[in-house]
Design a binder for this molecule. Structure first.
Ligand code: NAD
Length: 481
């Protein structure tokens, strides 16, 4: 049994309680490791370590911080196979996906902010011949970073890298459901020579560890990615404490397909945008709207392609969908298939648990589902399912599809398929979403603002947005004599 440890003040240590939580391998349903069941004491120790390290780290030169972040990126790359295997085992995702996307992106996050900090500059405002203003951008202090289970190391590093780059110290909590690569990262940070206390990783449950970070008086900034309900709860605690808050929350993203799209290219991408990572990417398009004249052609071709997807052993190169992350998540996802039927939907394919053989017989596998015949206002089309379930709905006009697409409380991402650039621009402008992909999906430039509107979140990550969030501006005005 592998026993994970907290990373506090540069050391790998047991939780003060000496209690541990079981960690499951979703592919087999077996417990394969245990993680610290940490509490307020561990978080407080981490915050004290981060506070003690802050003066020195925030005064370390940009070049030195950059050098260490580069080193971490290099070590992530050097450990690609080990990290990808750990991510796949913890999360259930195909190993090939972890190798191709999750782990390289984690290295990229560190490298991106290692270079960004060197080129980062702040504003100055001239008042003609009267005065000059310039803006200091100082690190805030101890940053609390809390991340979810769907893209574990990828999203964990997306917060930690910019926070450290600008000179904050960090107390971070990965999801208790997928803690393994965060634990391995702590080993790599020690190897990279990250000074003690600069990054602290405390494992454990959200309501205990996460909440202790959010409510700690000496953590003035919280960067959170996770569910909308958790985000609301965090906002309620953080707002009266006047903390800086970034919330990246849930989604119910529309995919809009016009008749004049490049059909084959669209089909290949929409398969991915629907079912990559078992549909457990906050950016996946779970509501697919198709122009009426294309509906039947799309439905036949799409269902055929979905039927050809292989649900299987995450270690098998030919697997398209591995296991969903947990038993309770599988049950939640499948309950939406029942709900969809109650709401009048027809399941065209999938939507049931698949029992594999041998060591995988107790794993959490779902046949990817396509459902039609639902009203756009029903719960299946309004609530985030976060699994391999999509609905397909025809539309007759741009106005109609915009009304349906914008009807949810969420507004994270969207994708639009058309060869008419004017139409694409009009739709992009009118969609309630932080991100619009036209004739593509998940094409990411890390300099762009990332985040959602409405209940998909508050604030933006990425590029300069993250550097701004993790710093506090101070304007200095000098009047000329
Ligand atoms: P979650 O909200 O259950 O948990 C996220 C993190 O918050 C975990 O580390 C958890 O331990 C912690 N947490 C739970 N309760 C807490 C509390 N009371 N105080 C502080 N921390 C607490 O979300 P999840 O199930 O891990 O992740 C899935 C959700 O994340 C989906 O809704 C998905 O859309 C969303 N997500 C959003 C983005 C984005 O960029 N917008 C990216 C990935 C995932």
């Amino acid at each position: 049994m592998i026993l994970l440890q907290n990373y506090i003040n540069g050391e790998l240590i047991a939780p003060k309680s000496n209690l541990y939580i079981d960690n499951y391998d979703p592919a087999t349903g077996n417990i394969y490791s245990q993680i610290p069941d940490s509490d307020y004491t561990d978080v407080n120790n981490a915050v004290e370590a981060a506070e003690a390290a802050f003066n020195s780290w925030s005064n370390t030169t940009k070049d030195e911080r950059s050098r260490i972040l580069y080193k971490i990126a290099d070590l992530i790359e050097a450990n690609l196979d080990r990290l990808a295997a750990a991510e796949s085992m913890d999360n259930g995702k195909p190993l090939s996906l972890a190798k191709r996307v999750d782990i390289p992106r984690a290295a990229h996050n560190f490298r991106f902010y290692a270079t960004a900090i060197i080129h980062y500059s702040s504003e100055s405002h001239s008042m003609e011949d009267k005065a000059i203003n310039f803006t200091h951008r100082d690190p805030v202090g101890v940053a609390g970073c809390i991340s979810p289970w769907n893209l574990p190391l990828y999203l964990f590093s997306w917060k930690i890298a910019p926070a450290l780059a600008v000179g904050n110290c960090v107390v971070a909590k990965p999801s208790e459901i997928t803690p393994m690569t965060a634990f391995l990262l702590s080993e790599l940070c020690i190897e990279a020579g990250l000074p003690k206390g600069v990054l602290n990783i405390v494992h454990g449950l959200g309501p205990k560890v996460g909440e202790a970070i959010v409510s700690h008086p000496n953590v003035p900034l919280i960067s959170f990615t996770g569910g909308t309900q958790t985000g609301k709860h965090i906002a309620r605690i953080a707002a009266p404490m006047f903390k800086k808050l970034s919330l990246e929350l849930g989604g119910k993203n529309p995919t809009i397909i016009f008749e004049d799209c490049d059909f084959e290219r669209m089909l290949n991408t929409v398969i991915a945008s629907s079912f990559d990572n078992q549909g457990q990417i906050c950016l996946c398009g779970s509501r697919i709207f198709i122009e009426k004249s294309l509906y039947d052609k799309f439905k036949t071709a799409f269902v055929n392609r979905v039927n050809a997807l292989k649900v299987g052993d995450p270690n098998d190169e030919s697997t398209n969908l591995g296991a969903v992350v947990s038993k309770s998540h599988m049950e939640k996802v499948l309950s939406y298939v029942t709900l969809a039927q109650e709401e009048g939907g027809t399941v065209l394919t999938g939507g049931y648990q698949i029992q594999l053989e041998g060591r995988l017989k107790d794993g959490y596998y779902i046949a990817p589902a396509v459902i039609e015949g639902l009203d756009y206002t029903c719960r299946t089309n309004q609530e985030e399912i976060f699994g391999p379930i999509v609905t397909i709905t025809p539309f007759s006009s741009t106005e109609e599809v915009l009304k349906m697409a914008n009807s949810t409380k969420y507004g994270l991402a969207s994708s639009v398929w058309t060869s008419n650039i004017s139409k694409a621009n009009i739709v992009a402008k009118k969609l309630h979403a932080g991100i619009v992909w036209i004739n593509c999906w998940l094409l990411r430039d890390l300099r762009t603002p990332f985040g959602g509107v409405k209940q998909s979140g508050v604030g933006r990550e990425g590029g300069n947005e993250a550097l701004q969030f993790f710093t506090e501006p101070k304007n200095v005005c000098i009047q000329y004599q």
